[in-house]
Design a protein around this ligand. Structure first.
Ligand SMILES: Cc1cc2nc3c(=O)[nH]c(=O)nc-3n(C[C@H](O)[C@H](O)[C@H](O)COP(=O)(O)OP(=O)(O)OC[C@H]3O[C@@H](n4cnc5c(N)ncnc54)[C@H](O)[C@@H]3O)c2cc1C
Length: 437
């Protein structure tokens, strides 16, 4: 498949015209493609669903899609695992798991992404009991920058690097990930004063199996979402969800974001009107997939950093103070989530339970000062970036903040000696690599 089409990420902020679009149908074809690229001095970038706010998945040269390697290969009920072609999307995987009475133990807010994409950027939900999605990966197959095929089992130390590989180590062609019996969740939403939520953030994080906090700036209030397992039957209204998805998120919110982007002075008042409509205590029971996920949000931009859970209060209060002090007008919620510590070398949760703070905004004049101020604050708190979200982190800071970064770079040198998997993002964030060849 060869097309001269433009490739864009979800937010539309990054786009490029790849020199070629490749869609190999099996691992051998992936390996042959890599060997050819190396021989010709080219770079290849494997993409998932393009759902990263950062340019981590932007091809400089050849785009490779694994949409054709997206099959379910094995379900092992005794081991509690499923093995899939790495290009499978989360929604496809969830559907197959549901048929088998199984589920992933945790998800983020949407399921459009590929399994390899979410693992590669350490995509997460919110729980100090469960790690990010990559933490469930117990096996993988990887095509390296030499065109070799590696099988990485749970006992292979390189799996801890490849689980969150940033697309820098090779092309994952197969993933084996932990699954659990399907379960229902009761969601309880409690409105609280935002100062209270920030002061108590650590206790709140530990108050249920899954917990997250949203704060719409300028409202003085936060919503605490708690999710507990239940045997109750789901009562999620599909009509309400459809309206949320097709009317509110696709029509009403985008119009409000466009208006507030042009008239930023209206943002505080508009946020307060939205809060009056939505800030109510609510409860709902749903299957885990429906409970974890949201209607697709309107187009906006995100940056996100992970701090040690002990710094969650300072990070949360610091962000509130930043908005106040700089008089920033912010038209999207601040999201506060939690991730159990893990051992994936480049995971923002490496070695510590974390609080992940997400600063989000629709296009608006204060977006840049907000994101830059937020990143400066995270700098002071040893913050580690979410790889799939906007970040200006430098290679020196990556080395200082991620204890295994040097080992990761050394392994990258061995697995991708020609820099065939490099792109602009990796050059900027991990340090430049010579072009392949
Ligand atoms: C609307 C929306 C909601 C989101 N919600 C959340 C959330 O709740 N929690 C959260 O943490 N993040 C969230 N994200 C971020 C998103 O999950 C990550 O950026 C994720 O990586 C996107 O997956 P993708 O399949 O689109 O990968 P892409 O963005 O296409 O690629 C991401 C990286 O993965 C690499 N990659 C892809 N496939 C392979 C492969 N086979 N082998 C090796 N590397 C590969 C790419 O090269 C690239 O480096 C959200 C994003 C959007 C747009």
């Amino acid at each position: 498949m060869r097309r001269r089409l433009r490739y864009s990420n979800w937010s539309g902020r990054h786009s490029t015209i790849p020199s070629a679009w490749e869609a190999p149908g099996d691992e051998e074809a992936v390996a042959a493609l890599v060997r050819r690229a190396v021989a010709e001095g080219r770079r290849v970038k494997v993409v998932g669903a393009g759902h990263s706010w950062s340019d981590i998945g932007m091809p400089d040269d050849i785009l490779v899609s694994l949409d054709g390697i997206a099959d379910v290969r094995a379900i092992d009920r005794d081991a509690g695992t499923i093995t899939v072609g790495a290009g499978i999307r989360l929604w496809q995987l969830n559907a197959r798991l549901a048929e088998a009475g199984l589920a992933l133990p945790i998800l983020g807010s949407v399921t459009e992404q590929s399994v390899a994409g979410v693992a590669s950027t350490a995509t997460h939900g919110s729980s100090l009991v469960h790690g990010n999605i990559a933490s469930g990966v117990v096996g993988a197959r990887l095509v390296t920058g030499r065109g070799d095929m590696l099988a990485l089992g749970a006992d292979d130390p390189r799996l801890a690097a490849a689980r969150v590989g940033l697309g820098a180590l090779g092309i994952l062609t197969e993933i084996t990930i932990r699954v659990v019996p399907a379960f229902n969740l009761r969601e309880e939403v409690e409105p609280v004063a935002v100062e209270q939520a920030a002061a108590d953030v650590e206790a709140i994080a530990r108050s249920a199996e899954y917990v997250k906090i949203w704060h719409l700036p300028h409202t003085g209030m936060a919503q605490v979402f708690r999710y507990t397992r239940t045997d109750e039957a789901p009562n999620l209204s599909r009509v309400a969800r459809w309206i949320d998805d097709h009317v509110v998120n696709r029509r009403v919110f985008p119009a409000l974001l466009r208006f507030s982007g042009r008239r930023p002075a209206s943002i505080p008042r508009m946020n307060r009107i939205i809060a009056r409509t939505y800030l109510k205590p609510t409860t709902m029971v749903a299957g885990s997939v429906e409970a974890f996920t949201l209607a697709m949000p309107p187009r906006h931009r995100e940056t996100e950093y992970a701090v040690a859970i002990g710094d969650a209060r300072a990070a949360f209060e610091g962000t509130l103070a930043l908005i106040e002090r700089e008089r920033l007008r912010v038209n999207f919620p601040l999201e506060v989530r939690f991730v159990r510590g893990d051992d994936a070398w480049m995971s923002p949760a490496y070695g510590r339970d974390t609080c992940q703070l997400g600063a989000y905004s629709g296009q608006a004049p204060d977006l840049d000062p907000y994101f830059r101020g937020f990143e400066r604050l995270m700098d002071g708190l040893d913050g580690r970036p979410h790889w799939g979200k906007e970040t200006t982190i430098s290679p020196a800071k990556v080395l200082a903040r991620l204890p295994m970064a040097a080992e990761f770079l050394a392994l990258r040198g061995r697995l991708d000696p020609h820099g065939v998997f490099a792109n602009g993002f990796l050059d900027r964030v991990l340090g430049p690599r010579a072009a392949a060849g």
